[in-house]
Write a protein that binds this ligand. Structure first.
Ligand code: ZN
Length: 223
């Protein structure tokens, strides 16, 4: 089955949204995620359903079928391997790799992906901390990370993943020193959601607005 880039992008988006909500994805959430108008998403969903790649129940949402899921995982595998390659070997900043990988992901062969995996030493995560599906399209077990926003003052946390969707957020996080692998203690949560963190390797503390904290995933650190 030859799919258009756009069809692959939809399958990828449905997979990502499905794993965030652990269920069917609404047309409006999908449209928002892909920055398209809901009718555009609706007609693409119909097309994907005609190909047996998704199941769509009115008022319930859309889900990948057993045929659609491996295609989504393969695109995600390509995307995340490319991000790793761009960051590790071509000196791209982590705020730049996503856009470039979005373009390249549809055009690399399985063989190219395999060589890339070897060159990179079989990486398990991309530069944002997102898991890279293996060659058999198995998804590495992601830790039980939660959003930073769900934690309380005094919690010590390890940053595991940062959403790759927004370039400005990533640039901001680079500037204040937050990336996967960094440990921090939450020192204050202001009434309107400004979260202040003491990063392990920093003397001064940093503050992130609620909107930014939403895109940071962390895991508790045992003392
Ligand atoms: Zn990405």
């Amino acid at each position: 089955m030859i799919l258009s880039d756009s069809m692959e992008d939809y399958l990828k988006a449905i997979y990502i949204l499905q794993s965030e909500t652990a269920g069917a994805v609404s047309t409006s959430d999908l449209a928002t995620y892909l920055s398209v108008k809901p009718p555009t998403a609706t007609s693409m969903i119909k097309k994907l359903a005609d190909h047996g790649l998704v199941e769509h129940e009115p008022y319930h949402g859309v889900q990948l079928t057993k045929t659609g899921e491996p295609i989504a995982l393969e695109v995600i595998r390509h995307h995340r391997l490319l991000e790793r390659y761009l960051a590790d070997h071509l000196e791209y900043d982590w705020s730049e790799v996503h856009e470039e990988a979005d373009r390249l992901e549809h055009h690399i062969s399985d063989q190219f992906a395999e060589r890339l995996t070897e060159l990179l030493g079989e990486p398990t995560t991309d530069p944002h901390g997102d898991p890279i599906p293996g060659p058999e399209l198995s998804v590495p077990d992601i830790d039980q990370s939660r959003r930073l926003i769900e934690h309380a003052v005094g919690d010590r946390v390890l940053v595991t993943r940062v959403s790759d969707q927004d370039k400005e957020t990533l640039s901001y996080l680079t500037k204040i020193g937050i990336r996967p692998g960094i440990q921090a203690t939450i020192t204050e949560i202001a009434p309107f959601g400004m979260i202040t963190l003491q990063l392990n390797n920093h003397t001064e503390s940093v503050s992130v607005p609620k909107e930014v904290a939403r895109s940071i995933r962390v895991r508790p650190v045992d003392e």
